[in-house]
Design a protein around this ligand. Structure first.
Ligand code: BYC
Length: 328
């Protein structure tokens, strides 16, 4: 039954019955599928989160993509090329998941271009050195894994299934970043300094990928009740810190936080507070590269118009041919 149909008569017994079936499915930890009735708020929340995630994957191709032509060896170039191409694939899986909620990619892209939808704050920071490619793999893909592995158990089936494949690829991405940094750390003093400089610039921004702190996260409570999100922003941030500290020690870099230390009692690392006013500024469009990222995204969309037209014309021709063959 369609959402639109059910939402038309919210007080009816039928809708109450559908609502209790939905609640029971969530309570049993089973999946909601596109054919199932769902509350309008659940659908909207999913569209918001999945679209924001898809846009992030596509815009996330830019900071590292800038290094494809300047990678220091053929091996590094082909690894980076494959990685950036994977991000495009992730964007496509996610747009497809959003389409099962009755909204197509063209409309979502339009909303992004009009500033009505967001993408992750992290992609508004510059990549001035090749060490940034490694640190993005290590921190940004590492944070993505912490955030996204639990989304494989998200209550909405198509989103959860898309995340399974994405997470497998993210873990390759994280390893390639860490391996690049290990190589640089075995290099010259200048290379080691480049790595430390990139770590200093990306650490706090990576912590902010997880969103605002729990007491300032308006969507978390409802998203967790619906089991779209499985853990709070702060829980996942803590998981990322605990995972990354030993990796930093092995690499031989210092994480730029004087408050970072193991807390025996909590069984976790204590860490300093990110500057959440910076997160707010970056989300609202005032980060170091927001204008540049959106300008590039807009230009790519316009430059790709002929491809979309050609693909539609080809599909229409094939459909007409199939109809003619069926009628013959
Ligand atoms: N950046 O109530 P909250 C990748 C917004 S791609 C921008 O906590 P929620 C990769 C939030 O949308 C990584 N906006 O929200 C790609 C909300 O605004 P609205 C992308 C942010 O949804 C290429 C408001 O702040 N990952 O890994 O419960 C290369 C209040 O927040 C941010 C995903 O998208 C932010 N950092 O939780 C390499 C993962 N944080 O919409 C790697 C899926 C918060 O109400 N998404 N906002 O106006 C999620 O898990 C959740 O949406 C979030 C936020 C944890 C991000």
């Amino acid at each position: 039954m369609s959402t639109a149909h059910a939402a038309a008569s919210p007080d009816s017994d039928a809708v109450q019955e559908l609502e209790s079936q939905f609640d029971a499915t969530i309570a049993r930890d089973q999946r909601i599928e596109p054919r199932d009735w769902m509350p309008e708020g659940y659908r909207k929340t999913l569209v918001r989160q999945i679209a924001q995630h898809a846009h992030s994957e596509i815009i996330g191709m830019q900071p590292e993509g800038e290094w494809i032509t300047r990678a220091p060896s053929l091996r590094r170039k082909s690894i980076l090329f494959a990685k950036v191409q994977d991000e495009a694939g992730h964007g496509l899986y996610l747009y497809s998941a959003a389409e099962t909620l009755g909204i197509d990619r063209a409309e979502l892209t339009q909303r992004l271009l009009e500033g009505r939808q967001k993408y992750s704050s992290i992609f508004n920071y510059p990549t001035p050195s090749f060490a940034d490619v490694g640190v993005i793999g290590w921190f940004v893909d590492g944070a993505a894994i912490c955030n996204q592995v639990p989304l494989c158990r998200s209550s909405y089936g198509p989103y959860a299934r898309a995340m399974v494949r994405i997470c497998k690829e993210e873990s390759f991405h994280q390893r390639q970043g860490y391996e690049l940094l290990l190589t640089m750390m075995r290099g010259t003093r200048e290379q080691r300094e480049m790595v430390q400089d990139a770590v200093d610039r990306w650490w706090w921004a990576s912590l902010m990928m997880f969103g605002p702190p729990d007491d300032d996260s308006p969507n978390s409570a409802q998203s967790m009740a619906w089991k779209i999100k499985r853990h709070s922003n702060d829980e996942l941030r803590q998981r990322f810190v605990d995972m990354t500290v030993p990796q930093a020690a092995k690499l031989g870099v210092t994480l730029p936080d004087p408050e970072l230390r193991w807390n025996e009692e909590r069984g976790h690392h204590d860490y300093g507070t990110p500057d959440y006013s910076e997160l707010k500024r970056v989300i609202s469009g005032d980060g170091p590269c927001n204008a540049e990222r959106m300008e590039r995204r807009r230009a790519a969309h316009e430059e790709g118009a002929w491809v979309r037209e050609a693909a539609s014309a080809h599909a229409a021709k094939q459909a007409a041919r199939a109809r003619a063959e069926a009628a013959a």
